[in-house]
Ligand binder design. Structure first.
Ligand code: FES
Length: 119
């Protein structure tokens, strides 16, 4: 009997933290994260992570995402592997997520998106 081997689980995730920003854009007049500064937050995060040399394996990856279905809290971003959701307003919020969570593993409680917030 052939045994199916499951792939070996890596000891460490490829990225220490992976942050996804919803950059979804809807037609004029419809709500979306893009209508509330999502691109600026993404750009600022990407710039800072690169400027501080935090990119690459074992570090931080900043990625775009489409709608994450939590639009009512937008703009939103989610950090893995913890699966912590954030709602942010400006670059100061992004800086706090970087300095506290992405660099030091401390969740920024004041920016955490409540579980009840959906579409
Ligand atoms: S538009 Fe951003 S979560 Fe839906």
């Amino acid at each position: 009997m052939n045994q199916v081997k499951s792939p070996a689980k890596p000891a460490e995730p490829y990225y220490k933290h992976h942050i996804f920003f919803c950059l979804n854009e809807r037609k004029a007049g419809e709500e979306s994260c893009s209508a509330h500064g999502a691109q600026a937050g993404f750009d600022h995060c990407k710039m800072r992570i690169k400027a501080e040399g935090l990119t690459g394996q074992g570090m931080v990856r900043v990625n775009k995402a489409g709608c994450l279905d939590r639009c009512a809290g937008g703009p939103v971003a989610v950090v893995y592997p913890e699966g912590v959701w954030y709602s942010f307003i400006d670059n100061q919020d992004i800086d706090e997520i970087i300095d506290s969570h992405l660099k030091n593993g401390q969740i920024v409680e004041r920016l955490v998106l409540p579980d009840a917030v959906g579409r």
